[in-house]
Design a binder for this molecule. Structure first.
Ligand SMILES: [Zn+2]
Length: 72
């Protein structure tokens, strides 16, 4: 009763290769953005903030506690 159903032929998929020289500037850029975001979430207490005061600290305060950084 059981008949084998032939699997459909899988098409050839060409995976593009991106040279490292083209990725490196973007990786550096987004790595720098990630470090800046991590600084504001983890270490910024208002002392050396570009907008003076605790505005950035208060803005990321819940994320700070969510990630387990010591605060108060
Ligand atoms: Zn806190």
């Amino acid at each position: 009763m059981s008949q084998a159903i032939p699997a459909p032929a899988s098409p050839e998929i060409a995976v593009p290769t991106i040279p490292l020289g083209q990725i490196a500037p973007w990786a550096l850029f987004f790595g720098l953005l990630a470090v800046i975001a991590l600084f504001f979430v983890s270490a910024d207490q208002g002392a050396i903030s570009i907008p003076a005061g605790n505005a950035v600290h208060e803005w990321v305060h819940d994320g700070r506690h969510l990630l387990g950084f010591p605060c108060h």
